[in-house]
Write a protein of this length. Structure first.
Length: 363
């Protein structure tokens, strides 16, 4: 492993990106963003799987309007994915999102990009310049003959200059291509040309297993070179699988180790318990227990989707009206009264921790 490339650092909500910060794993929801409950439920699933940042699509006004509730209730930073309509970017910023992604290939008017930059600066929101081989500007395709690494990098740097002209530097950049070799070369060239943090990904990688292989090759090769600050594995699959593959890529390179991790759903109209209060109590019990093992515990607010959302956690609870379903390694193992949820969780947590503890010397 080479020494990590030195970059600026930006802040996406509570997550630092670049500047030596841990490499974060991202994914994108597949729900209709306007369906607030469904989107929050899917975010909860991604959080249980270990996601750090979530991106949501904003193709319509109703999606932009939904961002106020989603950004406020999500337990991880939310990035609005903007194409074509600059007004949706402005609405997303007003709604309180923690990040924007704009595509140079389809927000064509520089004055609108400058307007977005000024509003983002006023709100302290970073922007990702997301260049994609499938939507490269027409003039660059004509100039380079194809979405070559040089074309992708030129697109990204042209857009960066527009933002820089507005004294906006809270930027991260991606130059994605569906061919891992082209993608690798594009990022290597970009890394030589700027000090912005880079978001890595092989676009349209396809279904598993090939999508995972392409992503591991492209993302892994760059990370091994010290290039990359945040990653997204793009699969034709449940986005939870993207998080799992992304986390495994980082783990295989020694860039991520699991510790004790408490995740919770953001709560929605289905919740029949006070999720915030329950999560606080569970957190206090875990801190008191001082379990020094890699363990992920999920607190979910309903029995409709809770068991599915907690399936990637080691241990979870899906709360109902006066009771909770106890979930261990993805399987519902019992039903406990609401006043015994914390106690039941801690009993199972200690059991799992004991199995993970190393044997004592001579044991």
């Amino acid at each position: 492993m080479r020494e990590r490339r030195k970059t600026r650092q930006i802040q996406v909500g509570t997550v630092a990106v670049g500047g030596g910060a841990p490499i974060s794993v991202q994914s994108m929801t597949t729900t209709k963003t306007a369906d607030i409950d469904a989107t929050l439920q899917q975010i909860a699933s991604l959080v249980a799987a270990g996601v750090d940042i979530v991106r949501v699509a904003v193709p319509h006004w109703e999606d932009a309007r939904a961002l106020t509730a989603i950004a406020a209730k999500s337990t991880v930073p939310v990035v609005a994915d903007i194409h074509f309509q600059w007004k949706y970017a402005m609405a997303a910023l007003e709604a309180g999102v923690q990040g924007l992604r704009i595509n140079p290939g389809n927000i064509k008017y520089q004055d609108k990009v400058r307007l977005i930059a000024r509003e983002a600066a006023a709100r302290g929101v970073p922007i990702r310049i997301g260049v994609n081989a499938g939507s490269l500007e027409k003039q660059l395709l004509e100039k380079h003959g194809a979405p070559t690494p040089e074309a992708l990098v030129e697109s990204a740097l042209n857009e960066a200059r527009i933002l820089e002209d507005e004294d906006f530097f809270d930027i991260k950049i991606s130059v994605k291509h569906s061919n891992p070799l082209t993608m690798i070369e594009a990022y290597r060239q970009l890394a030589e040309e700027c000090d912005y943090p880079l978001h890595l990904g092989v676009t349209e990688a396809g279904p598993m297993p090939m999508g995972g292989v392409k992503s591991a090759v492209g993302i892994g090769a760059l990370l091994a070179d010290g290039i990359g600050d945040t990653i997204r594995v793009s699969l034709t699959d449940d986005p939870v699988e993207e998080v799992k593959v992304g986390s495994k890529i980082l783990e295989s390179l020694g860039l991520r180790t699991r510790g004790l991790d408490l995740v919770a759903c953001p709560s929605c109209g289905r919740a029949e318990v006070n999720v915030l209060e329950l999560t606080r109590k569970v957190n206090e019990a875990l801190e008191e227990a001082k379990l020094q093992v890699p363990l992920r515990i999920a607190v979910m607010g309903c029995v409709v989707n809770g068991p599915g959302e907690a399936r990637e956690a080691d241990l979870g609870i899906a709360s109902g009206n006066g009771f909770g379903h106890l979930i261990v390694k993805g399987q519902v193992v019992g039903k406990v009264p609401e006043d015994r949820i914390v106690e039941a969780l801690m009993i199972e947590a200690r059991k799992l921790a004991a199995r993970k503890d190393p044997e004592p010397a001579g044991g």
